[in-house]
Design a binder for this molecule. Structure first.
Ligand code: HEM
Length: 131
């Protein structure tokens, strides 16, 4: 599959979806990802995925990918993980991250699906206050 084929699928996906290469550079950024993070696709393509997260993950994320490429040990791929994302305005939010791996045009890419957990978190906080 080509990057353009990914783009045409992404246009129809309601969840935020981001495709990166093996050096963590963003290849495509869905419309839902644009709404969630407050960046346009044109602004983020070619930049490192780590700009979308706060520290400590921001400064470690290149190492996470390097570790995976070296060892093949999956810590997020195929499992999912609740992590913290960071929007353009610097605010942070909880998100469920699912990462997959694919080969496109002979190159390895990673696909990330993101579900915003902000509303779920707020509902849980409200329930906690009722106790
Ligand atoms: C690994 C955080 C987004 C691709 C990881 C790990 C964390 C993390 C905590 C595993 C650390 C470990 O236990 O070793 C985040 C955060 C994100 C984010 C906070 C918020 C934006 C993404 C996206 C993609 C991605 C969107 C792909 C498009 C990867 C890959 C690995 C990884 C390929 C290594 C493979 C693995 O450990 O299974 N990330 N990530 N990440 N992440 Fe991210």
């Amino acid at each position: 599959a080509s990057v353009n084929q990914f783009r045409s699928v992404l246009a129809t996906v309601p969840d935020a979806m981001i495709v990166i290469d093996d050096r963590a550079h963003i290849l495509s950024f869905s419309a839902a990802a644009e709404r969630l993070f407050g960046f346009s696709e044109a602004e983020v393509v070619g930049t490192n995925i780590n700009r979308l997260m706060p520290n400590p993950d921001r400064e470690r994320h290149d190492d996470y990918i390097a570790r995976y490429l070296t060892t093949g040990e999956r810590r997020v791929i195929g499992r999912g993980r609740t992590v913290i994302g960071q929007r353009r305005d610097g605010s942070t939010f909880p998100m469920e991250l699912s990462v997959g791996e694919a080969i496109t045009d002979g190159d390895r890419v990673f696909t990330g699906f993101i579900r915003d957990l902000t509303e779920k978190q707020k509902a849980e906080d409200r329930i906690e206050q009722l106790r």
